[in-house]
Design a binder for this molecule. Structure first.
Ligand code: DX5
Ligand code: ZN
Length: 215
């Protein structure tokens, strides 16, 4: 059993409020917000101001994915505007242990994301402290890319690794659709991020279809 966290990167920005209400009506519990800085990834998206507006508008859990260099400089700001979960990239943190502590000290849940080429073993000494491990199943930067099949092995590896020892949840992000989502949940994924598959076409129908597969 897993949950769906729609990524607003693929939403209709001029009708974001309407799109979010549809997600609520479809029973969604968590919203994924992709912050891109044009350095860590070759694209620019939103900043804390958007998170603040979304926070005021909805009670959905806000899952903020920081695809940026020096994420430590923005943890306070994203916590101040109401992020529930903050995920930083392993590849972007010289002092990952410190950044995780900072997030948790602010009362948010801490996630660490792994690019497709980064192995779970890089997290060995922080796994006790993280709430989420986010497996990127595309190279981060854009919505609508093709799912990298090999990432199923990474999800399964993280599932094996946690056994009874760790409490982290496994989140997967990128290229997920009706067809590949089942194998991800079977491999151990708990949180499924989807942009294109949710926002292209009928939002409520799409959420229900994916929801039925992952429940
Ligand atoms: C990729 C982002 C994803 C993206 C997923 O860089 O982190 O969250 O929005 O979008 P789809 O589902 O279209 O691949
Ligand atoms: Zn993301």
């Amino acid at each position: 059993m897993a949950i769906l966290a729609p990524s607003i990167l693929s939403a209709d920005f001029l009708n974001l409020g309407d799109n979010i209400r549809k997600l609520e009506n479809a029973g969604i519990e968590m919203l994924h917000i992709d912050i891109m800085d044009g350095h860590f990834v070759p694209n620019l998206t939103f900043g804390p101001a958007l998170v603040e507006y979304v926070r005021r508008f909805t009670r959905l859990k806000l899952d903020v994915h920081l695809m940026m260099t020096n994420p430590q400089d923005y943890i306070d700001e994203f916590c101040d505007v109401g992020a529930d979960y903050i995920t930083v990239h392993q590849e972007a943190c010289m002092h990952l242990d410190r950044v995780i502590s900072l997030i948790k000290k602010r009362g948010a849940k801490a996630g660490v994301a792994l690019n497709p080429a980064t192995p779970p073993s890089t997290l060995q000494y922080v796994l006790d402290d993280v709430d989420i491990v986010l497996v990127m199943s595309v190279n981060p930067g854009f919505g609508g890319q093709k799912f990298i099949e090999r990432m199923l092995f990474k999800v399964a590896e993280l599932d094996r690794l946690r056994g009874d020892k760790y409490g982290y949840q496994i989140e997967v992000d990128g290229g997920i659709n009706n067809k590949n989502v089942k194998s991800l949940v079977e491999s151990g994924a708990d949180i499924i991020v989807a942009g294109t598959a949710v926002f292209r076409g009928d939002i409520i129908e799409n959420c229900k279809k994916i929801g039925a597969i992952i429940k």
